[in-house]
Design a protein around this ligand. Structure first.
Ligand code: BGC
Length: 412
């Protein structure tokens, strides 16, 4: 009897760490940050104007080395891979689609399919063709149909190889930076344009959602939302205000415009949103510590925040959630133990949310590779795999092997 009781306990301990059967384990990369040589992109032009710390150049050369990188995804044991399409490659001139680029994306997607890896494809990850930015821009209403045409063409050509569709990645980031701070293209500081752009890109999203479903009725379509956690002492008025404004900006402003047009909720979680009020920081910091020398972006890791974000999103939107990005810029060579801790701690909280009833269908580490981090250039290192930017050699880090174990075990 005691023996069976022991087995029962053991079963519980083992099962307790397991994620649901069929859980999707992934890693993510984005086209502009890894492919290299995206000459027709507005961000490329932005770099030439000296607006970024580094120029992306050949980046990781994923465009040519994708098979090598898919070997890594396969070695990890991922059953899904998140990547994106570069609009400026597919439509380098207005209305003229590049058969060559489309064929190349087909090869990339087919290569993943051959390895039995599901494809999660984002269609707009912050960059647009130069012609689009010159003539349109999302602040103009005419941008909607132009964007929809790109979606329609891409889905017709590539949709059969796509398992999960993400029309947009975190649109509020480039909208804020492109129309309020002026740090991203188109470099405007105009709240009216910001507002127009928000409305138009949301309409373009809804239009795209419909187009994708009309071409592929059973498609799973959504987008990703940045959901950092800003709960820094809701008890005082200022805290409540910051929490409310950040929630509105990150999630509500967009979500309310696309109601009933998401088949899942893509949630990107990174950190505790930093508010430059010293005393708030100290309350929430745990073992990762703020702004240490391994964290050149000055971020605050806060694993519990992923749990809070999931709980809130699940309660508000009541749909399956995919953790589409989670990672941290540790620059510490191959033995990246803090990243291992980071991943495990976050997954522990994801599991807690699942145990409490949230429907989480998958998780992506950001990122498979070190890559080009927008304004910051190449210095931040987010990869499970280190890139030597001189030789482009890929070197898996400790976190790569630890994540592999987690995937093998379907849990921690
Ligand atoms: C973006 C990525 C970026 C990452 C780290 C995410 O919000 O989707 O493009 O590299 O944050 O900053």
């Amino acid at each position: 009897m005691q023996f069976f009781y022991f087995l029962f306990l053991l079963y519980n301990v083992v099962m307790d760490n397991k994620f649901p059967k069929g859980f999707l384990w992934g890693v993510a990369v984005s086209s502009y940050q890894t492919e290299g040589n995206n000459f027709n992109s507005d961000w490329w032009e932005w770099e030439q104007k000296g607006k970024t710390k580094d120029k992306s150049g050949i980046a990781c050369d994923y465009w040519n080395k994708y098979k090598e990188d898919h070997d890594l995804v396969q070695e990890l044991g991922c059953n899904i891979f998140r990547l994106s399409l570069e609009w400026s490659r597919i439509e380098p001139e207005e209305g003229k689609f590049s058969e060559e680029a489309i064929k190349h994306y087909r090869d990339i997607l087919q290569d993943l399919k051959n390895r039995n890896i599901k494809t999660q494809v984002t269609f707009w990850w912050w960059t647009s063709p130069i012609w689009f930015q010159d003539k349109y821009g999302f602040h103009k209403k005419s941008s909607i149909s132009v964007f929809a045409r790109y979606i329609e063409k891409s889905v017709k050509e590539l949709g059969d190889l796509i398992d999960m569709f993400q029309v947009l990645n975190e649109p509020m980031v480039p909208l804020g930076q492109g129309y309020l701070t002026g740090l991203f293209p188109p470099g405007k500081k105009n709240p009216f344009y910001f507002w127009q752009a928000l409305k138009n890109i949301a309409k373009a999203y809804v239009e795209s959602y419909k187009i994708i479903h009309s071409i592929k009725p059973d498609a799973i379509v959504g987008m990703t939302h940045l959901y950092n956690w800003y709960d820094s002492g809701k008890s005082n008025i200022l805290g409540k205000m910051i929490y409310g404004v950040s929630k509105w900006f990150q999630v509500i402003a967009f979500s309310r415009r696309i109601k009933n047009h998401q088949d899942f909720f893509g949630l990107n979680y990174y950190r505790l949103g930093k508010i430059n009020l010293r005393h708030w920081k100290s309350e929430k910091i745990n073992f990762f510590i703020e702004e240490n020398e391994n964290n050149i972006m000055g971020w605050i890791a806060y694993p519990e925040g992923i749990y809070e974000a999931i709980k809130e999103a699940y309660q508000d939107y009541k749909m399956p959630i995919f953790i589409t990005e989670n990672g941290f810029p540790f620059d510490i060579g191959l033995d990246d133990y803090p990243r291992v801790l980071f991943i495990k701690e976050h997954l522990r909280y994801v599991k807690k949310a699942i145990d409490e009833g949230a429907n989480i269908i998958g998780y992506n580490c950001w990122s498979l590779l070190d890559n080009y981090e927008w304004l910051y250039g190449f210095a931040p290192r987010f990869g499970l795999v280190e890139i030597d930017y001189k030789t482009l050699e890929r070197k898996p880090r400790k976190s790569f092997y630890e994540y592999k174990k987690i995937i093998q075990n379907n849990g921690l």
